[in-house]
Write a protein that binds this ligand. Structure first.
Ligand SMILES: Cc1cc2nc3c(=O)[nH]c(=O)nc-3n(C[C@H](O)[C@H](O)[C@H](O)COP(=O)(O)O)c2cc1C
Length: 184
């Protein structure tokens, strides 16, 4: 089973990309799973504009993102919370990808995680983030993973707190089983 993972933030020191990297490390140790870890910056795209779509089609970044999703059996995204909701960059990417001929979100299991320096670990935003994915047919895993105080949560290898590592490991194992059941 192939799992596509990325942190949905563009800055180079993104906490969400670091959380995605940790999830990729943990999932990479599960037998039978291959991981495709991407950076969101690999998929640059303008703000959605119907005229631009009509004149030039899908931007290359959106095409590439759609292809990476389509090549996977399951998706894990770590998404930042902006003003209690989904970030504009992620919503824009969903909107562009939703315009591709074959909607790659449809029927694919998706685990949503979020990292924030705040006390709630981006979970409020994840409740909004799941909405467009569900509208596109993604099978959003019922449990969400929030990493609070994320600027202090990472160690040289893994997490500063062993409980965070085991909490994420358990969730990723459960999500893998869920995704595998859907694949078979
Ligand atoms: C426009 C904007 C809005 C934000 N709103 C929230 C918020 O509602 N809740 C929160 O916990 N953090 C909020 N933050 C802080 C982000 O969680 C923080 O910048 C985080 O590091 C962003 O993710 P990244 O590290 O992956 O880039 C906001 C940041 C920005 C730039």
């Amino acid at each position: 089973m192939k799992v596509f993972i990325f942190g949905a933030a563009l800055r180079k020191d993104s906490l969400n990309q670091e959380l995605a990297r940790q999830a990729a490390r943990i999932l990479g140790e599960v037998s039978g799973i291959s991981v495709d870890l991407a950076a969101f910056s690999e998929f640059p795209m303008p703000v959605y504009d119907g005229d631009l779509e009509e004149s030039s089609g899908m931007p290359e970044g959106a095409e590439k993102l759609a292809a990476r999703i389509a090549a996977a059996d399951a998706i894990v995204i770590s998404a930042p919370e902006y003003n209690g909701s989904i970030s504009g960059a992620l919503k824009n990417a969903i909107d562009w990808v939703s315009r591709s001929d074959n909607n790659p979100f449809d029927g694919r299991p998706l685990l949503l995680m979020g990292a924030s320096p705040g006390a709630l670990g981006a979970v409020r935003g994840l409740w909004h983030t799941r909405v467009p994915f569900e509208a596109m047919g993604s099978l959003v895993y019922p449990e969400l993973f929030g990493l609070p105080r994320a600027h202090q949560a990472f160690a040289d290898i893994g997490f500063a707190d062993a409980k965070t590592e085991s909490r994420l490991k358990e969730l990723l194992q459960d999500f893998s089983k869920f995704a595998l059941k859907l694949k078979n």
